[in-house]
Design a protein around this ligand. Structure first.
Ligand code: ADP
Ligand code: MG
Length: 729
């Protein structure tokens, strides 16, 4: 087995950087060349078809059959020109990835000749056999049909020779089976609720979109080493491996110069991303060795989510060309930083205003404050739901880890806004304000500086931090489809804004003026959600105690946390607004429980196999060598000398033997626990059993294995070690 490790290392030493030439030095010349965007639509579509699709996009409407046929004609012409031979509906099932089933344009023509065909009907709707996707019981296999429907707000694109049509995915009876369908509903809720509130300030605001920029962290591992690690191949994380003597303690990788081979990979995938209209902008080394980050310019949420999913696909594909594997797992290596996908989120109006950016005058600042306070209040009210939206098996290794936010969801505001919150709660009284108080307050609000935070006033430990003109939701995992967290965040804020509007209107009805009514409600909200604002170190132990005092939940258990999707408060947000039906929500949580169970099961199986079939035989081999050696000593030396010389070796034999016995026993015990958990019918209880009874064995079994790694002859150790995975490239 060790041959595989050493031949892999030799392959890595021979690698050369693979440079690629972009279509042009100016990215703007080819940006979006593989996207059927408005510009190309105008060129390829008839006037009527172009008008129809433009309306459909801006108003979120669907196309008539006739309009769809018209669009299909132009789309086909463009796709064939670009060399596409197939098309697919591209969707986001409740797995971590995306799905596609390709069909050729090719059809048998009337007179027996083959022709390329593409109609409006297949453009807007398709019926993939969807029986194997997770549905949480909504769709039994005998009614396997689900259908996909075109989401016109996300443009069609070409990958390779395939035309990809972004779609929603619903069951035959109309229930959502994906992330996109509910996300679109949540975004529309937010639009309505935010516009209604904006009307207090500016009658010209008729549309509000949520914006998202995802910072994507990832690790790179050389392909040869990757294949020599079955745990990476099957679980995308290492299940064993002793810490490298040096890893990130010197912080010498962070923001360092990007290694040349990696740089070639980055330039290559960025080029592909540009062609697909993905505006990637920032790249840098991350804290852990072989860890990197890439961030795009923010876009409308639905598009940003599509682009992030697509980008992960592109990165995986291009990595192979460079003989790398990209790891999106949240915690591929124990003991060093994991990866997140910081979701930078804000709201923007049709008048070009960022609602979370302080303005130039008191009116726009009151508007800013209104949205800021409502977001904070939403995070307070939907606290458990927001945690649930980022909780899953792989992210559970990261949340609570020393570099990642804990499972307590709090908000960081920065010192200026924090003291502003203080002064508001002090100054505004529930009684009618005196004119002097009013002026003072207006002055205070008018004075909010346009640039609120510099980089020194950043709290990198907060799961939900205000960063000057947006919130950065950091708890989202690097492998996640951020649709899940975006559904919940946007729905929660929409729900909150609707409540706010109602409360303010009621006070106005009682005869108060608008600004006073707004102040009054904001003050109440600030007091009510003060507990969720935390400016200190989220990694500290004191915060855990402090959070408990504030009655903020800290649920580190994944199944328990997921259950919070189904509390009355969560249902009010998600079902009350029509984003989910009861059945949809319940089945979604069911899918999450099952995903959790299966992932722990896979890790447990892989570790069992590695332990028994790779590590134990290696340890026995080395032990036998030692035994032979001890026997030899006995032959060669006198009894007295033998006793002196053999002591240390005998101890090693005993230590190795103890570890082997321990591993054997633990693996057996783990298998027994799995058997017990597997017969549990209830998916929540089963997930809980996997978490509480099976998952702890992963750590326990790893311990003696990692100890053996330090004892056994390096020449026969079968798996690439941490130092090799992290420092060879
Ligand atoms: P940092 O690591 O300093 O937070 P980065 O440059 O790595 O910053 O990432 C910042 C991200 O925030 C980018 O993706 C950027 O587009 C995004 N962003 C900036 N403004 C907004 C906004 N108004 N709404 C959403 N995302 C935003
Ligand atoms: Mg950031």
């Amino acid at each position: 087995m060790a041959e595989l490790r050493f031949s892999a290392l030799q392959e890595v030493f021979k690698r050369e950087p693979v440079a690629t030439t972009p279509p042009s030095k100016d990215v703007s010349k080819y940006f979006g060349s593989n996207v059927f965007d408005l510009h190309k639509m105008e060129h390829y579509l008839s006037k009527e078809a172009f008008k129809a699709i433009k309306n459909a996009i801006s108003q979120g409407k669907s196309l008539t059959r006739n309009e769809a046929d018209q669009v299909a004609i132009g789309l086909k012409a463009w796709a064939l020109e670009k060399g596409a031979t197939h098309f697919t509906h591209w969707f986001h099932p409740l797995t971590d990835g995306t799905a596609e089933k390709h069909d050729g344009f090719l059809e048998m023509g009337d007179n027996g000749h083959m022709v390329e065909n593409f109609s409006g009907a297949v453009l807007v709707q398709s019926e993939p056999d969807a029986s194997s996707f997770p549905s949480g019981g909504i769709r039994n296999t005998f009614e396997a049909r689900g259908y996909t429907a075109w989401d016109v707000s996300s443009p069609v694109f070409i990958v390779g020779s395939t035309l990809c049509i972004p779609t929603i995915f619903v069951s035959y009876t109309g229930e959502a089976l994906d992330y996109k369908a509910p996300l679109l509903k949540a975004l529309s809720e937010l639009d309505n609720a935010a516009v209604a509130v904006c009307q207090y300030f500016d009658k010209d605001i008729t549309k509000v979109i949520a914006t998202l920029g995802c910072e994507q962290e990832y690790f790179l591992v050389d392909e040869a080493l990757y294949y020599a690690r079955p745990d990476l191949v099957l679980a995308e994380k290492t299940l064993m491996g002793h810490q490298s003597a040096k890893d990130q303690q010197l912080s010498d990788h962070y923001f360092g110069s990007i290694p040349e081979r990696v740089m070639c990979f980055i330039e290559d995938f960025e080029c592909e991303a540009y062609k697909l209209g993905i505006p990637v902008k920032t790249r840098h080394n991350e804290v852990a060795p072989n860890q990197f980050e890439c961030a795009p310019i923010h876009e409308e949420v639905n598009l940003a989510v599509d682009h992030n999913q697509l980008l992960m696909d592109v990165m995986r594909r291009i990595a192979r060309k460079h003989k790398f594997r990209v790891l999106f797992h949240e915690k591929p290596f124990a003991g060093i930083n994991g990866s997140g996908k910081h979701n930078n989120w804000s709201m923007a109006t049709n008048t070009g205003v960022n609602l979370l950016s302080p303005g130039k005058n008191p009116k726009s600042n009151l508007q800013f404050l209104t949205f800021l306070v409502n977001v904070v209040k939403a995070v307070n009210e939907s606290n458990d739901l927001i945690r649930a939206s980022v909780m899953n098996e792989s992210n559970s290794y990261r949340l609570g880890g020393h570099e990642a936010p804990p499972a307590i969801i709090s908000v960081f505001l920065g010192s200026y806004l924090n003291s502003m919150f203080d002064s508001i709660t002090r100054k505004v009284t529930d009684k009618k304000m005196t004119p002097a108080q009013k002026t003072e307050l207006k002055l205070g609000i008018g004075k909010i500086p346009e640039i609120l935070l510099d980089n020194t006033d950043r709290n990198r430990t907060s799961p939900f931090a205000f960063t000057g003109n947006r919130f950065e939701f950091r708890a989202v995992g690097s492998s996640a489809n951020c649709g899940a967290s975006m559904i919940v965040l946007n729905a929660s804020v929409a729900h909150q804004l609707t409540k706010f509007k109602k409360e303010v209107d009621q006070i106005i009805k009682k005869g108060r003026n608008k600004d006073e009514a707004i102040f009054q409600v904001l003050k109440k909200y600030i007091i009510e959600s003060r507990r969720v604002v935390f400016e200190g170190d989220n990694y500290s132990h004191e915060w855990h105690a402090e959070a408990a005092r504030r009655k903020l939940c800290n649920i580190a258990s994944v199944p328990e946390s997921l259950k919070c999707y189904l509390t009355p408060a969560s249902k009010e947000v998600l079902i009350g607004s029509g984003i989910f039906t009861e059945k949809e929500l319940e089945s979604r949580v069911e899918v999450e429980f099952e995903k959790f169970t299966k992932k722990v099961q896979i890790e447990a199986r892989v570790l069992g196999d590695l332990a028994i079939n790779h590590i134990v035989p290696t340890a026995i081999r080395y032990m036998s060598q030692l035994i032979e050696n001890v026997k030899g000593l006995k032959d060669v030396f006198s009894d007295l000398e033998y006793e002196r010389l053999a002591g240390a070796r005998k101890e090693m034999i005993i230590t190795i033997s103890d570890h082997i016995t321990n591993i054997k026993k633990l693996v057996n015990d783990m298998i027994e626990e799995r058997k017990r958990a597997n017969v549990i019918e209830d998916s929540f209880k089963k997930a809980l059993a996997y978490e509480k009874k099976v998952k702890p064995y992963l750590e326990e079994i790893r311990y003696p294995i990692d100890k053996l790694e330090l004892i056994v002859d390096n020449e026969i150790w079968p798996l690439p070690k941490y130092r090799e995975l992290l420092f060879t490239r």
